[in-house]
Design a protein around this ligand. Structure first.
Ligand SMILES: *Cc1c(COP(=O)(O)O)cnc(C)c1O
Length: 389
């Protein structure tokens, strides 16, 4: 379905994405493989389009969070190896094998389930062993007194029939933070990870083809953690302090248009809850951008949106489908004019800070009714709206 684009849309700059990828490639060097994290619809940028470009650019691997996300890639012609980082129900093992999708193995119970199913359907499931070195989420617990139990569990998993242990990985909790305590924590996680896989490989008598742990923070700042493959998400899309340091560009620009302009007398209450009362004659614009598009209602009255002539303060409660902006000091802005919510002129990092969150949440929040417009070589190559027509 093609959108009319007279509402709110996200421009996805595929040239910027390609430049980010090439810069990161140069940063990691020729010996290190590149896994692009495209979970959550590539952080809101469109998993199929992003993966297609990464495939053209000869990226080595992709990662998603679920089988549904993996199948979306396969159904759309993506043939790169795909790793599922989250849990997949055992009923899906046959399908994973059929579509050459690799699965993270996070504990003994899951290893056994996956092995049984793979044997039952006569195939072999490629797995990457997840080690918990301090994130305390998924993975074989290996810290402190759990070391030997963890290592034994991993060795058992590697020897199970029906499983091919291609990789081993861990995830950092604070690799993107610059203070000394965080650096020490990352260092300790990395040391433990190395110790775990070296011990496992000795005990098991084989080596993993892919050792990986570097998320965006570590890819940028911890070259020794790159090992066989890096695993960045955010950096690829060009957000965050590390991206700025590496000269990467934000890939998404979220835009809307002014639907209506009205002039109110002093003392007029604006929007739900009457949070804002005009202090003088006020020229107010209505934008078709609300929390159902991915705006954060908690930002009500706390942010500005960028017009061609400067920033317009947002006023009153942000509604589901609309919000109001003050155009009193921007008389040149009129109905139909574009407003940038974040992107090339208004950094997503700033809006995220105001909302008390991180850029990840803002780009992931851009909802399915916001069409994505894909730009390449300076022109629109595709327009996609994910509504059920
Ligand atoms: C999301 C995720 C990443 C990517 O994280 P960024 O901070 O976006 O680089 C890497 N590895 C795992 C296991 C993840 O879940």
């Amino acid at each position: 379905m093609e959108s009319t684009l007279r509402r709110t849309w996200a421009e996805i700059d595929l040239d910027a994405l390609a430049r980010n990828y090439e810069k990161l490639r140069r940063h990691i060097g020729a010996q290190v493989k590149f896994l692009g994290v495209v979970k959550a619809d590539a952080y809101g940028h469109g998993a199929v389009q992003v993966s297609r470009l990464l495939q053209q650019l000869q990226c080595d691997y992709l990662a998603v969070s679920s089988m549904d996300e993996a199948m979306e890639l396969r159904q759309n012609g993506i043939t790169l190896p795909v790793l599922i980082l989250g849990h997949t129900p055992r009923e899906q093992v046959a399908l994973m094998i059929k579509h050459h999708i690799a699965q993270a193995v996070t504990c003994r119970a899951k290893a056994l389930e996956y092995s049984e199913e793979a044997v039952r359907c006569g195939g072999e499931l490629t797995v990457h062993i997840k080690v918990d070195t301090g994130m305390s989420r998924l993975g074989y617990l290996c810290a402190g007194r759990h070391f030997q139990t963890g290592v034994d569990g991993i060795c058992d998993a590697c020897r199970l029939p029906g499983l091919k242990a291609e990789g081993i990985f861990t995830h950092f909790a604070v690799a993107d933070e610059e203070d000394d305590e965080s650096a020490a924590y990352t260092r300790a996680q990395f040391d433990l990870f190395r110790c775990v896989y070296e011990t496992v490989e000795q005990q098991w008598g084989q080596t993993f083809a892919l050792h990986h742990c570097a998320n965006s923070g570590a890819t940028a700042d911890w070259p020794e953690t790159h090992l066989d493959m890096v695993r960045p998400g955010l950096l690829l899309y060009g957000y965050g302090t590390q991206a700025k340091k590496l000269g990467l560009e934000g890939v998404m620009t979220l835009k809307t248009t002014v639907s209506t302009v009205k002039v109110y007398d002093e003392g007029t209450d604006v929007s739900y809850g009457r949070l804002y009362t005009t202090p003088k004659t006020t020229r107010m614009g209505v934008l078709p951008y609300g929390y159902a598009d991915g705006f954060m209602r908690s930002l009500s009255g706390k942010c500005s949106l960028m017009t061609d002539f400067g920033a317009a303060p947002q006023r009153g409660r942000i509604c589901m489908d609309m919000c109001m902006v003050d155009l009193t000091d921007l008389p040149q802005v009129d109905v139909g004019d574009e407003v940038e919510i974040f992107g090339k002129r208004a950094a997503v990092e700033e809006l995220a800070t105001l909302a008390g969150t991180i850029p990840y949440e803002l780009t992931c929040a851009v909802s399915k009714r916001v069409p994505r417009v894909y730009l390449q070589n300076g022109r629109e190559i595709e327009r996609e709206l994910l509504l059920r027509f």
